[in-house]
Design a protein around this ligand. Structure first.
Ligand SMILES: [Zn+2]
Ligand SMILES: [Zn+2]
Length: 364
């Protein structure tokens, strides 16, 4: 048993930083000394939703050091530096066996729980819910081994924390899903963590035109720094018209917000045979499309975590970062302490910054 510090959300939109009990890892689980955690829209969505089961410790983009391992754990050991991957997976189903753990449905059974359906977190003997079997807005976390990816220990924790979900979803959209090649044209709608990841990856493969669309001028300036060849401020200009004027159409559009109007726009800007990669959300909002668009042989693909194989792709991205081919420093816009989580959520809601990370001091 460990007394840890965690941000506990008791009801929609409010949380307190308090002492919580965390039980030891069970078989195939790992105890993590959390050092940094990305702040993601998925956290904010759960934070404000009345469909979330409270109380809960959110956080699903963690990075840290392995403190201890449960029995049967073979891939990491105490002292290893690790990235915590967002999606729980079973390892046994046909999807997991094919290297497509992002399609594993086990995560649906883990809502608020660990893989075995129980909880490790409690507060005054009352169970506290988990989030993506991770709950990394906390000084320590118990996480399934399959979600723990060892990384080079020279990697700063706040950079590691960018690789567990959002940014990797954008990187994978370009490299795994669309497989963009040198010279092909790309438009990215929404330049938060996912969109910035898409622009970084498009730049790394030397895409021909990389068009960034966002509502925030400062964000767009950063996108230019990391490889965008053209930026469009959608608060002032209709992006579909602007892209038409600039290049006619693009080979690939990456919708990185998950909102109906940008989904429609991203499909409208691709040319014949083009591909639109759409970031999924848990919302059930309908989208409106002109059926005629499909007569030009377009492809529309849903983006779930960039079709990432965490143990294959994350080490690859780490090497690219270390070689100077992936400027992750440029998109890490803010660092917060855990008692400043409110400020981090506020910035996220207002669209300020690109990616922020909560840091924890190393324990005694
Ligand atoms: Zn995330
Ligand atoms: Zn599975």
């Amino acid at each position: 048993m460990h007394e840890i510090t965690a941000a506990v959300t008791h009801e929609p939109g409010t949380h307190t930083v308090e002492s919580v009990t965390l039980k030891d890892p069970k078989p195939n689980e790992v105890l993590i000394d959390v050092r940094a955690t990305g702040v993601c829209h998925t956290d904010y969505h759960a934070y404000t939703s009345d469909r979330t089961e409270f109380p809960v410790v959110l956080g699903h983009e963690g990075a840290g050091v392995v403190d201890a391992v449960g029995s049967n754990v073979t891939t990491v050991d105490s002292g290893d530096h690790v990235v915590l991957w967002v999606l729980p997976s079973c390892g046994d189903c046909q999807h997991c066996q094919r290297g497509q753990s992002y399609l594993c449905q086990a995560r649906k059974d883990t809502r608020g729980r660990m893989m075995d359906g129980t909880r490790r977190l409690s507060r005054s003997d009352t169970p506290v819910n988990h989030f993506y079997a991770q709950s990394s807005f906390a000084s320590m976390a118990v996480v399934p081994e399959r979600q723990v990816v060892p990384v080079d220990e020279t990697l700063p924790f706040e950079i590691s924390a960018l690789l567990g979900c959002g940014v990797t979803t954008g990187l994978g959209a370009v490299t795994n899903i669309a497989e963009v090649e040198s010279g092909e044209t790309v438009a990215v709608f929404g330049c938060g963590g996912v969109g910035a990841g898409a622009i970084l990856a498009a730049s790394a493969v030397s895409a021909g035109e990389i068009i960034a669309v966002d509502l925030d001028a400062e964000t767009l300036a950063t996108m230019r720094e990391i490889g965008a060849t053209k930026t469009i401020d959608a608060s002032a200009t209709d992006p579909v018209t602007a892209i038409d004027d600039y290049v006619g159409s693009v080979d690939y559009a990456f919708e990185c917000i998950g909102s109906p109007p940008t989904v429609t726009q991203s499909i409208e800007v691709i040319g014949p045979g083009g591909t639109a990669v759409i970031t999924g959300t848990s919302d059930s909002d309908p989208i409106e499309l002109d059926l005629g668009l499909f007569t030009s042989g377009i492809d529309v693909i849903g983006n779930i975590v960039g079709f990432t194989q965490p143990h294959v792709d994350i080490p690859k991205y780490v090497t690219m970062y270390q070689n100077g081919d992936l400027d992750l420093d440029a998109i890490l816009t803010d660092l917060y302490e855990i008692d400043e989580l409110d400020d981090a959520f506020e910035a996220l809601e207002s669209g300020e910054g690109i990616r922020s990370v909560v840091r924890f001091d190393p324990g005694p």
